[in-house]
Design a protein around this ligand. Structure first.
Ligand code: GLA
Length: 755
């Protein structure tokens, strides 16, 4: 809800109030956080009229070194980081003052960047005191978020240059808050860091042109005393997939300025007379219930306003992807055998990854030539699609539509399609970017995808993006994304029911911009379960589980050589869209049985795993994530490295109905008896030689079962006493309830209210 009250505006959603007042004709922030009342507004104001330090000022006005302004420029006495930096004929000082406001009950969508559905919008119009430029501050209120963006309009005859523009600027009182950031790089996405905020500036830049190469655009602020379930928590994000910048600056007084938007490095964008420049849209969320409250708020917002309506509640199909099984080295026989085995296991979607087109046998050639390699796919793709569909599976293909290899027919016939300001652009993974700003390139991509969907009856596409930008300025990246979003809108209009998975060498474009078109993202090329558990915990603060694509891969990780069981891999991968990515021909009969059980378990709890409210229950070294919906919860418990004399582990579950009773059960798991080494004789009734012939034969028909947990406890007991997990194996006895946890082992638990 938006209300104008005198010279103030109060924006209210289900979690927060955002109060702005006009001070010296500048919008300033009175409050952003937990809800306040309209009647509080006059007393939320502070008298800023006492000049502090060596303040500069305009006569009759308060100095800008104290006022929490909603937009900040250069050269008028506000020396914290500016939210905009403009230039006309070498001059950089602008003084934007409030002129007017209006409220749009249905935001009109002038912003060309992706925007959330619905909302109610407040626009504050500011004009430069010397004329010739205006600045609009947009606030869109949703049930669980406030979106902000701004526009610059050139009203002068000469070019106006934008050197920097944040989507928002928020001056909060500094009270010892901590910042939570997600650093990111290939194979190690979503690495959480909780930092103190120094006096001065903390700035995070992603300049590679793909949002999450260095940092994820999501970040958070926590009050000094906030905990997992209490205290002020603020979330920030951008609906944008290109280069961006986060800035947190503190002055010597009390201001903590928070900004996120386009980068201030190498950005120089000229707009002609009467043209408007748009910032991407930023999302601000708040909870007074700490990190888990913020998780819930972000999940609710993304599910209701970002994910395309067709996929809002759609169960993601259990996928099989051939990449880690074959890489680009496959033939039709191999693919047919994988399809048949996947179907037998209960998989619902077969994805043929990279290598099916052009002269693509490795990453040196073929990108851009999206015609089927009939040596590898005999009979053509439509025939393979029939083969897959006849076995009751959906069918999908890998594409990397924004790229080209110099060794390709596309490059040879259209070298002008390449994006570069230089004659010899840098290669990365032997490939170049296409210039998606160009209409002919946009049409080429749309045609390629739409025709493939039609001709091959594709149900799904994995849309990959495997290199950062180079050889262009940041303003080109901005235009590139305007082009790309246009392409994605056209494709989604033409193929509304095709499921797209977003990928950029894993999660290098894990952002709300891509999510506005493609409902889920391949989190990382690193499929090791412990690494994935860390990423899921960190990313779930900003994104719901339904946006994660997780695959169970081979027992020995291709990325880390770490060995874990298939059960452990599943227990982590189940929180999100589940898939399998390993050579099914290498599975034993017992492995197959196990995977069938996993898939059946997932299908039973899929709704919860995808759309449940994400909750972090981690303690000690254990990464424990829950997905809660109604009276049920699915819990993924991932342990770290084993230590001698393991302490008792207690899982505390807050927020359940304290009067009700809940049953909790472990998902049954199994171990290969050979993994016990010499300890095999602790679990075997007869003496066996580890890895001897008998043990090898037995291991083909017998799996050692994990402990069983089947308890019923009240919500009160779970909150105040907790669930005591079975004692861990500590080198001595073993019982039905003691837990055998190899290093990095995981478990799944299902909790349900009982009558
Ligand atoms: C990227 C993706 C992988 C796979 C390969 C194919 O690295 O992240 O999942 O699709 O490309 O080349």
């Amino acid at each position: 809800m938006i209300k104008a009250i005198g010279s103030a505006f109060i924006l209210t959603n289900e979690d927060a109030s955002y109060v702005i007042s006009i001070h010296d004709r500048r919008p300033t922030l009175l409050h952003y956080g937990g809800k306040v009342k309209e009647s509080d507004i006059p007393s939320l104001n502070l008298d800023y009229s006492i000049p502090t330090g060596r303040a500069v000022y305009t006569e009759g006005e308060t100095t800008l070194n104290l006022v929490p302004v909603e937009a900040s420029g250069l050269g008028k006495g506000d020396y914290l980081t500016p939210s905009y930096s403009l230039e006309r004929e070498g001059k950089t000082v602008f003084d934007f003052r409030y002129d007017d406001y209006w409220i749009n009950e249905e935001p009109d969508g002038g912003n060309p960047f992706p925007r959330p559905r619905g909302g109610e919008e407040l626009v504050l119009l500011l004009r430069d005191l010397e004329g010739q430029a205006s600045l609009e501050l947009h606030y869109i209120v949703y049930d669980h978020a406030i979106a902000r963006y701004c526009t610059i309009h050139n009203e002068g005859a000469r070019y106006l240059y934008i050197n920097h523009l944040s989507s928002f600027s928020l001056d909060l009182p500094y009270l010892g808050q901590k910042g939570y950031f997600l650093s990111s790089s290939w194979g190690a996405e979503g690495q959480a860091e909780l930092l103190d905020l120094p006096k001065g500036e903390l700035r995070f830049k992603g300049l590679t042109g793909s949002s999450s190469d260095c940092f994820n655009p999501f970040f958070a602020l926590f009050a000094k005393d906030a905990g997992p379930n209490h205290g002020d928590a603020y979330g920030f994000n951008l609906l944008y997939s290109g280069s961006f910048e986060i800035s947190l600056s503190r002055d010597s007084f009390y201001r903590l300025r928070v900004q996120e938007g386009l980068p201030s490095t190498d950005f120089h964008y000229g707009i002609k007379c009467n043209k408007t420049f748009y910032s991407p849209i930023a999302i601000l969320t708040y909870s007074d219930k700490g990190a888990n409250g913020l998780r819930r708020t972000n999940a609710l917002f993304i599910h209701s306003h970002i994910i395309r309506e067709n996929f809002l509640h759609a169960p993601r199909p259990v996928a099989y992807n051939n990449w880690e099984a074959t890489y680009a080295d496959f033939n039709t026989m191999k693919i047919h055998s994988l399809v048949s085995q996947a179907a037998d296991l209960g998989v619902e979607l077969f994805v043929l990854d990279d290598g099916w087109f052009g002269k693509r046998n490795d990453d040196k050639a073929g990108l851009g030539d999206w015609t089927v390699n009939k040596k590898k796919v005999i009979g053509g793709m439509a025939a393979l699609a029939d083969y897959v569909h006849e076995r009751g599976l959906k069918f999908g293909l890998w594409f990397e539509p924004e790229m080209v290899n110099p060794d390709s027919d596309l490059y040879r016939s259209h070298p002008e399609y390449v994006l570069s300001e230089r004659k010899e652009p840098c290669l990365c993974r032997n490939q170049l970017l296409l210039d998606v700003r160009k209409k002919e390139v946009q049409d080429f991509i749309v045609k390629t995808i739409v025709e493939a969907v039609k001709d091959y009856r594709l149900d799904y596409i994995k849309w990959d993006f495997n290199r950062p930008f180079s050889d262009v300025a940041q303003s080109v990246v901005y235009d590139y994304y305007l082009g790309l979003y246009d392409v994605l809108s056209r494709i989604c209009r033409e193929c509304p029911d095709t499921l797209f998975e977003n990928c950029a060498s894993g999660g290098m474009r894990f952002d709300l911009g891509m999510m506005s078109f493609f409902p889920y993202t391949w989190v990382s090329d690193d499929t090791d379960s412990y690494e994935r558990a860390k990423m899921q915990r960190a990313l779930s603060l900003g994104y719901p589980f339904s946006t994660f694509s997780n695959h169970v891969s081979a027992k020995i990780s291709h990325q880390l050589f770490r060995k874990t069981t298939l059960g452990t891999k599943f227990d982590v991968a189940m929180l999100g869209a589940l898939g399998y990515e390993l050579d099914l021909n290498h599975l034993s009969g017992l492995d197959e049985e196990e995977i069938k059980e996993q898939i059946a378990y997932y299908k039973e709890h899929r709704e919860l795993a995808l759309f449940g409210e994400p909750i972090d229950l981690s303690f000690g070294e254990n990464i424990v994530m829950g997905a809660k919906k109604g009276d049920e919860m699915l819990i993924s418990f991932c342990s770290g490295v084993n230590r001698p004399l393991p302490s008792l582990e207690i899982l505390r579950l807050e927020g359940l109905d304290e009067q009700a009773s809940y049953s909790i059960a472990t998902r049954p798991e199994y171990f290969d008896i050979r993994d016990f080494g010499d300890m095999i004789n602790h679990i075997s009734p007869v003496k066996l030689k580890p890895d001897g012939a008998v043990a090898n034969v037995v291991s083909k028909v017998y799996r050692y079962p994990s402990e069983t947990t089947e308890v019923t406890l009240s919500g009160a007991a779970l909150a105040h006493s907790g669930l005591k997990l079975g004692m861990k194996w500590s080198g001595s006895g073993i019982s039905k309830t003691s837990r055998i946890m190899f290093d990095f082992a995981a478990r799944a638990y299902y909790l349900k209210k009982v009558e």
